[in-house]
Design a binder for this molecule. Structure first.
Ligand code: ATP
Ligand code: MG
Length: 426
């Protein structure tokens, strides 16, 4: 008995996305007298929970060449994405399905595993990281649970398969995966044996490829129990290994504030909350996780805007917000506002901060009413002086509270043009 309502080993899972669609077509094409293919891993776990899987992985007894032949005959496009590991990707209707031939790792010598292709679904399950990720589902919709994953899933237990230390030594990324899946499926408490093992091996986190760390961290941060799990990672010395400085209590405050926004869990905002206070923090996070340019810029924008709010203990006035909006854009301003609220220790539902958030969401970004051609039209010769006047005008216009009536704009521009070059800079 698994404890999940109606889900137990051998039960048929009747899910529309399996019965129809490309996954069903792939199972049909890759099952027969001499070949068995199943859905494996996280997709089966999600189906057992009644969730829609993000992606589907298949394991098959057929060798890769046979998989490609059968799949092509059934109308799939085929990409040999990892032939050395027996993986090919089948594509239909834009949906990629990773299909891996069952193998038995004959020996592992350091990094290199000599692989042999076999037919053993149990061995495939044992090679996976956690019991909840070791389920499989056959073409008839029958569920297989060789390692007690359903019971663990029902109990919110994320348990390594086999000896935790051995499994972590095979792949140190599993340290992060332990926390990620605990934050997503764990009821709150972390598995004691697993947690202790992650601590013993934590110094190896530094060796991992930063791209892999990035992917795990961003998924971890948006998981339902991210706050509590990240706090525990801090208490066990894991956060320091990944981030250097990090402040999990600040993350928890930001998550509480986020709930009073649009309700969407925002990985980058949460990352910023975890430890971005000044631009240097943004740089450090970007490097340690090898973030994309867009992601790095988002953190940097948040930090740059936040500096303007350092030391603020209540919601900033509309004028301050409008200046941030003009100088740094809506995204940076609203990120900084959430971080500032977390730093101020204000209640998540603080009425003034909520009004400030609404103001930022609804106020159009101010746009300077004067362009270069307007300056030239007033008799200034085209050249560097035009840019100088344009910047000086903007400063004066911002300081005057973004006036938009033509007479005031004209007066400000006039004052700037008549000022001597270099005057009023800074
Ligand atoms: P998600 O929905 O977040 O993608 P997932 O379970 O599908 O969760 P993936 O990282 O996509 O996670 O991996 C798919 C499956 O492959 C896992 O469920 C697990 O069985 C196996 N797996 C992935 N990475 C590892 C690993 N480092 N060690 C052991 N097994 C792994
Ligand atoms: Mg997946």
């Amino acid at each position: 008995m698994s404890g999940l309502p109606g889900v137990r080993e051998g039960r048929l899972i009747d899910d529309a996305s399996l019965v129809r669609g490309p996954v069903a077509r792939a199972l049909e094409a890759l099952n027969g007298r001499d070949v068995e293919t199943r859905v494996v891993g996280g997709a089966v776990r999600d189906l057992a929970l009644g969730l829609a899987p993000g992606d589907f992985d298949l394991a098959t007894s057929a060798p890769p060449e046979e998989v490609m032949r059968l799949a092509r005959a059934a109308g799939f496009k085929v990409a040999p994405t990892g032939l050395a590991h027996g993986t090919v990707t089948l594509i239909m209707d834009g949906q990629p399905i990773e299909t891996t031939t069952l193998r038995e790792d004959v020996e592992t010598y350091g990094r290199r595993a000599k692989v042999a292709f076999g037919r053993d679904f149990l061995a495939d399950a044992r090679r996976r990281d956690f019991t909840i990720n070791a389920l499989s589902l056959d073409a008839g919709g029958r569920l297989y649970d060789p390692l007690g994953g359903l019971e663990d899933l029902a109990a919110g237990r994320v348990r390594f398969i086999g000896d935790s230390d051995d499994r972590i030594r095979e792949d140190y990324l599993r340290i992060l995966r332990f926390f990620r899946f605990s934050a997503r499926f764990g009821g709150g408490a972390l598995d004691g044996a697993g947690l202790a093992a992650t601590v013993r091996h934590r110094s190896h986190l530094a060796r991992l490829s930063r791209e892999r760390v990035r992917a795990e961290v961003l998924k971890l941060l948006v998981a339902p129990h991210a706050g509590a799990v990240v706090r525990s990672m801090g208490e066990h010395g894991i956060l320091g290994e990944i981030f250097g400085f990090a402040d999990p209590a600040r993350l928890e405050r930001a998550v509480a504030i986020e709930r009073f926004g649009d309700g969407e869990a925002d990985a980058l905002l949460r990352l910023a909350a975890l430890g971005v206070v000044i631009p240097e923090d943004a740089e450090r996070f970007s490097q340690r996780l090898r973030l994309s340019n867009a992601e790095s810029e988002r953190l940097l924008g948040a930090a740059t805007a936040l500096v303007r709010l350092h030391g603020v203990v209540s919601a900033p006035a509309p004028e301050v917000l409008r200046r941030m909006l003009f100088a740094l854009g809506r995204r940076a301003a609203s990120d900084a506002l959430v971080l500032s609220q977390a730093d101020a220790g204000a209640r998540p539902d603080d009425a003034e901060f909520m009004a400030a958030r609404r103001f930022l969401a609804e106020t159009p970004k101010p746009k300077s009413p004067i362009a270069g051609k307007d300056i030239v039209a007033r008799g200034v010769a085209a050249g560097p002086r035009v840019g100088e006047i344009s910047r000086a005008f903007e400063r004066l216009w911002v300081d005057s509270g973004f006036p938009c009536d033509a007479a005031t704009v004209e007066r400000l521009l006039d004052a700037v043009i008549r000022a001597k070059p270099g005057e009023g800079k800074g």
